[in-house]
Design a protein around this ligand. Structure first.
Ligand SMILES: [Zn+2]
Length: 274
């Protein structure tokens, strides 16, 4: 069981913000989301990426309009969920699970499009989203309007899964109870933020989500300071999680980040199989 990742959109950011001593020139980042088919649980998405729902719908709040206006993501139409799922003979109603690694807009904006899915997310992160005021959520890059109203009743919390030890990384939560996919806490970027370890592949593969924006920034000399200090849930935890992911990589594990510009063998290509 392999995951495959689509690129929902391109977003430009000055490299200096996401890479220590990087250039001030814009760097175009991907906004990935993933798909795999678990033998028992069925078609499962890893986040949703950006969708036209979050960027173009006229009923959006002013806050969401402003956010979309400032970041100005360029949607990749052919890799939106509809055409992407079609490549595998699937449609939105076939999706049985959506794993929500954290609640930032570029990870949850398509949740409403999957009416039959249960959501797998951090209960602690969900509690914080619910407890925060709209302004506090905004400060954390969370827009409650993107989260379906029945999210809580469709939620399975990762913290309730059995935990499992992993070399170099914090203990993971065994999402399906078979060791195939572990939710690995990688705190710092957002409250309850986690990655996903596919430890039963030929080479263990960690989708480290937003631990950093690009691979070069996982290494100590590449870690940006100012930008993460401004927008992260916890800057010291960003550093610790980056160290752990870098150690996993150094030991031979494969790592992919949501926004990394380097191509990955897990990126979608025509003819890809799951
Ligand atoms: Zn994020």
């Amino acid at each position: 069981m392999r995951p495959v990742f689509a690129n929902s959109a391109w977003v430009a950011a000055p490299e200096r913000l996401i890479l220590r001593k990087g250039r001030w020139q814009q760097r175009w980042l991907q906004v990935r989301y993933g798909l795999f088919i678990h033998p028992k649980a069925g078609p499962t998405l890893i986040d949703t990426g950006y969708t036209s729902h979050s960027l173009n719908t006229s009923s959006r709040t002013l806050a969401l309009r402003s956010y979309a206006g400032i970041l100005a993501p360029r949607l990749v139409v052919q890799e939106q969920a509809g055409p992407f799922l079609t490549q595998f003979g699937l449609t939105a109603v076939d999706i049985s699970r959506v794993i929500v690694t954290h609640f930032h807009a570029d990870h949850v904006s398509g949740l409403a499009a999957f009416p039959n899915a249960r959501f797998i997310a951090s209960g602690a992160a969900w509690a914080q989203v619910q407890g925060n005021s709209a302004l506090q959520n905004l400060r954390h890059g969370v827009f409650a309007e993107l989260i379906p109203g029945d999210f809580g009743t469709r939620l399975d919390m990762v913290e309730e899964c059995a935990s499992q030890k992993i070399a170099h990384l914090p203990d993971g939560y065994d999402i399906f109870g078979d060791g195939s996919v572990l939710a690995v806490p990688l705190p710092g970027h957002a409250h309850g933020h986690f990655g996903l370890l596919f430890g039963q592949l030929e080479m263990p593969f960690l989708y480290a989500t937003d631990t950093q924006w690009i691979g070069e920034a996982l290494l100590p000399g590449g870690r940006p300071r100012l930008f993460p200090r401004l927008i992260s849930d916890s800057f010291p935890e960003v550093a610790r999680s980056s160290e752990q992911v870098a150690a996993f990589q150094k030991a031979g594990g494969e790592v992919l980040l949501c926004h990394d510009t380097a191509p990955s063998q897990f990126d979608f290509a025509q003819g890809a199989e799951l």
